[in-house]
Design a protein around this ligand. Structure first.
Ligand SMILES: [Zn+2]
Length: 322
């Protein structure tokens, strides 16, 4: 079965933003997460990008082509980690092109030397709101996951460095979504744990099909919970009614034994007999059996009188014993 995470990535992977600024922002996020600068034997730096996610590999390939008009060769091999599945490698080795990509994505300042490069994207690529969305999308595609909503709500993006995590956290917070950071196995993990906020995040990333799917699951879950709550509540009420009725029957039996129901006034005698006959009836039902009918509070009043009588009898019995 395909995981929800893969579904979201599949959807996001296909979605290529038409605007160049957004393409650059997304590529910056992808390279910041999965790209590496390696050095060849001549001391030249080349861009190395590697992933096991096909949607991500395709996206990186397309963005390099669209944004910088760079044709790259995508190498495919067998994953050393996964039983099934491939590993996708993209490399840019032409020095001019490497510089073009890194400067374009603001992963390096113009004029700075390659050896000073760190793969950290400058805030200038995420100034526009549309570019913020694109950056979050790219970061999720490259290093994120979402748990199966049937099991729980958890969204996360794993970052190698604190400042990268803080950058993504800041961008997510721009959309009023409460992202937090936790350190796990030396990684800095940006996460969101609340269902409604994860829905918001899917909207931010423009994963609309996944959003609908998640919403449907949330609705079904919510309904299931509310039905359970209602059943629990009704069960509690039934218990309450039954307990009250059991007490009433005990009280009436005592009155019957010590005083005799025939010695009660007509109203009390009537309700006492009905209660003994119908121990499971509600107050309302008992009231409707009377002629003329009596409301719930009237029935309650009479039953309380009977209970007071019984209480009195018990007290007297105790006093006699003492
Ligand atoms: Zn944009």
């Amino acid at each position: 079965m395909v995981s929800f995470s893969s579904e979201v990535k599949e959807e996001i992977g296909k979605n290529i933003s038409p605007a160049r600024h957004c393409q650059i922002a997304e590529l910056a996020a992808v390279l910041s997460a999965c790209g590496r600068l390696k050095q060849n034997e001549n001391g030249e730096h080349f861009l190395h990008f590697q992933t096991e996610n096909e949607a991500l590999a395709r996206k990186c390939f397309t963005l390099l082509k669209k944004t910088f008009n760079i044709d790259v060769v995508m190498k495919t091999g067998k994953s050393p980690y996964l039983k099934k599945g491939n590993i996708y490698v993209i490399e840019v080795s032409d020095q001019e092109k490497v510089r073009k990509v890194l400067q374009g994505t603001k992963l390096v300042d113009e004029g700075s030397r390659m050896s000073e490069l760190t793969m950290f994207s400058k805030p200038i690529v995420t100034q526009k709101v549309c570019c913020k969305r694109a950056f979050i999308r790219g970061a999720f595609l490259a290093a994120g996951s979402i748990s199966d909503p049937e099991k729980g709500y958890h969204f996360e993006i794993v970052c190698a460095e604190r400042r990268k995590a803080e950058q993504i956290q800041g961008l997510i917070q721009c959309f009023d979504i409460d992202a937090k950071i936790v350190v796990r196995n030396k990684s800095h993990v940006v996460y969101v744990k609340e269902g409604a906020q994860i829905v918001e995040l899917l909207a931010v990333m423009e994963a609309n099909v996944s959003l609908m799917n998640l919403e449907n699951i949330r609705i079904v879950k919510e309904m299931r919970n509310s039905v359970n709550r209602k059943v629990n509540c009704e069960t509690a009420n039934i218990h309450k009614t039954v307990n009250a009725a059991v007490r009433q029957v005990e009280d009436i039996r005592l009155v019957e034994e010590k005083i005799g129901l025939e010695n009660l006034n007509e109203g009390l005698a009537e309700i006492a007999e009905l209660r003994l006959k119908y121990p499971e009836a509600t107050l309302k039902e008992l009231g409707m059996m009377l002629c003329p009918q009596v409301g719930k509070s009237g029935v309650n009043h009479r039953l309380r009188k009977l209970s007071e009588l019984a209480k009195d009898l018990r007290r007297r019995k105790e006093e006699n014993l003492l």
